[in-house]
Design a protein around this ligand. Structure first.
Ligand code: HMG
Ligand code: MG
Length: 310
């Protein structure tokens, strides 16, 4: 039985833009968030409160948060690697913070300059402070399907990080294929493992599409009843510390799949295509979404009637 409703967490403004070399203006980031909420997205990861020396593109985090005209129903989340990031998130009135630990030691060192164990100790006060202020905490387990430095990642390594994140009080666990190498069978195995510890409503998938497997991997998760996924408008994304990894699965593509399966999302595909076209235009390229490009081509094609009249 597939789920009847799926929630998409839009990570385009954060995961999508963090990897862009060209500076995207604050106004364009704010416009993107406005278009995403207009399309019906109820959870938007807006920016990161990480070091601007490490990820310069996210340096305008506070300005972006301040520029958004908020909708009451939308949850605006931000990435926080430590207490300094949390203080920024709190001042910016984020609704939710996202902590991110890795299942691979090598990736943890490259991404956040500390061991997995040290990262957990940095996240512990973040979770406590977030809860004390009534904020939810999502977490990501990076490299759960493979690591750009270590290669294979064992089930035990994933399981241990999931347990550690639960121990410090994370409300939600996202299993992340940071470099998009996972295939459906392995994804199901990892998710089945996580489901032993995490209630299904608190588990999600975050799939980069480097090897073109992301949609299939989402379908594999749907078959297990998992009903929350991260996705990124126009297929933007990547991690500056995971070289060669391409974008997240495109929101437009996931919505097309879900609607085709008769699964409710509450999202307007046409408005998503508009949002994807907007940010792709800002970046000077076509959306990395097959669905978006197909629908844009259909829109610009002359209609049968117009052709006949000519
Ligand atoms: P560090 O250099 O070890 O930090 O970096 P530090 O504590 O030694 O501080 C060094 C300097 O950074 C100090 O400033 C701090 O104040 C400042 P200075 O005295 O030199 O002027 N600093 C900060 N500034 C702003 N905000 C902060 C902050 N913290 C310290 N929060 C640190 C450690 C974690 C800060 C750094 O490694 C970092 O920012 N890394 C971020 C990496 C990142 O954003 N990666 C991409 C996101 S993760 C991802 O994409 C994966 C995900 O999508 C899931 C998946 O696909 O796997 C989530
Ligand atoms: Mg990611």
């Amino acid at each position: 039985m597939l789920p009847q409703h799926v929630t998409l967490v839009e990570v385009g403004p954060r995961d999508g833009l963090q990897n862009e070399a060209q500076t995207v203006s604050t106004a364009d980031k704010v416009e993107l968030v406005h278009r995403l909420q207009q399309a019906g997205l109820q959870q938007i990861e807006v920016t990161s409160f990480v070091s601007p020396k490490w990820v310069p593109q996210m340096g305008d985090n506070a300005q972006v948060m301040a520029g958004i005209q908020r909708q009451a129903s939308v949850r605006y989340s931000v990435l926080t690697p430590n207490m300094k990031g949390f203080e920024g998130a709190l001042a910016a009135k984020a609704d939710e913070v996202v902590i991110f630990a890795a299942a691979s030691e090598a990736f943890s060192q490259r991404n956040i300059n500390c061991s997995i164990a040290e990262s957990i100790e940095r996240f512990r006060p973040v979770v406590q402070a977030a809860h004390a202020h009534g904020l939810k905490v999502r977490s990501a387990v990076s490299c759960a399907l493979g690591c750009p430095y270590q290669g294979e990642v064992s089930l035990d390594q994933v399981d241990e990080v999931v347990q550690r994140l639960l121990d410090i009080g994370a409300d939600h666990i996202g299993i992340a294929d940071t470099i998009g190498v996972g295939t459906a069978g392995r994804v199901q195995t990892v998710m089945e493992l996580a489901l032993k510890r995490v209630p299904i409503a608190a588990l999600s998938g975050h799939f980069h599409d480097t090897y073109g497997q992301a949609l299939t991997n989402i379908h594999a998760c749907l078959q297990l009843g998992i009903h929350t996924f991260d996705s990124s408008i126009a297929g933007l994304g990547g991690c500056p510390y995971a070289k060669g990894a391409t974008g997240n699965v495109a929101t437009e593509d996931v919505v097309y799949l879900l609607h085709g399966l008769g699964i409710h999302t509450g999202l307007d595909l046409d408005l998503l295509v508009d949002a994807g076209a907007f940010i792709s235009n800002v970046l000077g390229r076509k959306p990395v979404s097959r669905v978006s490009n197909a629908l844009l081509a259909k829109r610009s094609a002359p209609t049968q009637a117009a052709q006949t009249a000519a």
